[in-house]
Design a binder for this molecule. Structure first.
Ligand SMILES: Nc1ncnc2c1ncn2[C@@H]1O[C@H](COP(=O)(O)OP(=O)(O)OP(=O)(O)O)[C@@H](O)[C@H]1O
Length: 356
């Protein structure tokens, strides 16, 4: 069996990358990469993820090898190493059983909703593939509606019709600011990019998140587009205080590791809700956190065969959205947010089914 060092070296060579290229693609220091490849040092989880992304390897698979070597390092010179491993194995079996319980901890009301959603999803999948004209028309309709609502949450005053004219017809609306026009165009472009990521079956890494954020703020806030913040922020009207800027990088690394660990464990709708809530709670950007988080939620959903969930921007819906986020952040209760996202997913599937 190949060692982690060998796997990393082979993967770089297979991709035809020099050490310098690998540094450019992964952001990991050349000295470190060289030590990893010679087995002189173990990568951190964040470095491993960056290399997996750069070499297009499965992080989940690479991580297994990485952890196995860590365990080996720990026990190899101990007396009774084999016995220690057997003991550990029996604990692992127990923990694996516990992991399967994660979904069981979700209340029955949410489970029922998930079952209903999955039935609708199946019906939707059976209707596919759709004709290209029909697909194009539906995409246009739902993407504009999504852009309209997501921007409405953020305070954009363009109507649904105006958003359609700006995005699909390139028409400017009298009396509306340049910024509002750009927000509509940018969001629609971000939705196109999201679809591209799904077509490419791209996994969720910081690069795709930062690209999405960049598209949202393109031409509006050049300094902050596609960058994590280095200043403290507050969310107006909320009791939740996002972490200090020096914690953001580390928390975002953990965010992506959490995704990799949970993506095959949690139900996709719950995973999508979690990825959304965690991101807005870290609030890693100066602006555009909500829109980007809603895009990440949809990246998880659509990537798993669901349709775009469109959280509404009218006053009542917006307040319910903020309240549900606050319930997680302040009372550690994710159930209202699971329901809110579940309702949006169900409504979207029903609407899609009605249209075909
Ligand atoms: N407790 C909370 N109350 C209200 N909003 C919260 C809370 N926690 C996180 N948020 C998120 O913060 C977002 C606002 O952050 P920000 O202004 O950076 O995002 P935006 O994309 O510019 O605007 P918006 O999210 O309103 O569209 C809200 O949409 C919501 O997703």
């Amino acid at each position: 069996m190949k060692s982690l060092a060998q796997i990393l070296q082979d993967a770089r060579e297979v991709k035809g990358l020099t050490l310098k290229d690998a540094v450019k693609h992964s952001g990991v220091d050349a000295g470190l990469i060289s030590k990893f490849e010679r087995g002189k040092r173990m990568p951190s989880a964040a470095n491993l993820m960056a290399l997996a992304e750069a070499y297009e390897l499965s992080f989940a698979e690479l991580k297994k090898q990485w952890l196995a070597e860590k365990v080996l390092d720990l026990v190899r010179y101990e007396v009774g190493a084999a016995e220690i491993l057997t003991l550990a194995e029996s604990r692992v079996e127990y923990l694996a059983g516990e992991k399967a319980l994660v979904m069981d901890k979700i209340p029955a009301s949410v489970q029922e909703k998930l079952e209903e959603i999955d039935q609708l999803k199946e019906q939707w999948q059976q209707r596919r593939p759709l004709g290209s004209t029909q697909l194009q028309k539906m995409k246009e309709y739902f993407n504009v509606a999504y852009t309209f609502e997501s921007n409405r949450i953020e305070g954009n005053t363009l109507t649904l019709q105006e958003t359609h004219l700006v995005v699909n017809e390139g028409i400017t609306i009298g009396g509306k600011s340049m910024r509002e026009h750009l927000e509509a165009i940018n969001h629609a472009e971000a939705v196109d990019y999201l679809e591209e990521l799904i077509r490419e079956k791209a996994d969720i890494y910081s690069r795709s998140l930062l690209e999405l954020h960049y598209l949202i703020l393109k031409g509006i806030d050049r300094e902050n587009a596609g960058k994590y913040r280095n200043v403290p922020v507050r969310i107006s009207g909320s009791e939740h205080v996002p972490p200090q800027p020096y914690l953001v990088d580390k928390m975002m690394e953990d965010y992506f590791v959490h995704y990799q660990e949970q993506k095959n464990v949690l139900h996709p709708v719950i995973l999508a809700a979690e990825m959304h809530e965690r991101l807005v709670s870290i609030h890693p950007f100066v602006d555009g956190n909500g829109r980007t988080s809603r895009l990440i939620m949809n990246l998880v959903l659509v990537g798993n065969g669901y349709t775009i969930a469109n959280l509404k921007g009218d006053q009542t819906s917006r307040l319910a959205y903020y309240k549900a986020l606050e319930a997680v952040q302040v009372h550690n209760d994710p159930v209202p947010f699971y329901h809110l996202v579940g309702d949006a997913v169900r409504d979207s599937l029903q609407q899609h089914l009605e249209m075909v």
